[in-house]
Design a protein around this ligand. Structure first.
Ligand code: ZN
Length: 99
């Protein structure tokens, strides 16, 4: 009997959003702490369709580039920028700091 090798299903949209976040967050004036960055990631990802790929070691990053070129990258930009604006107006870390 042939053994099925372990598959790796990965939502590549996470990597793409993370790259966009790293590109836009520093210039946005938004808080860039771990909590806010995580909130922005989740907000953006909730607005975007997941894109699962079967990855093998080393293939992931070349596939990110392929998909970013092919996919409607404007939608992804929009979702990320929108999420940054939302968190910028209402950062959760600073709410917690307030008494
Ligand atoms: Zn923050």
């Amino acid at each position: 009997m042939q053994q099925v090798q372990q598959t790796e299903c990965f939502n590549i949209m996470e990597k793409i959003v993370q790259q966009k976040l790293e590109a836009y967050l520093p210039d946005s004036g938004c808080c860039a702490c771990d909590m806010c960055a995580g909130d922005i990631m989740c907000l953006a990802l909730n607005k975007l369709p997941p894109k699962y790929v079967n990855t093998h070691k080393g293939e992931l990053f070349s596939r990110v580039d392929q998909i970013m070129l092919r996919q409607n990258s404007v939608d992804i930009d929009f979702a990320v920028i929108n999420a940054i604006e939302q968190i910028k107006d209402n950062p959760r870390c600073q709410q917690q700091a307030k008494k």
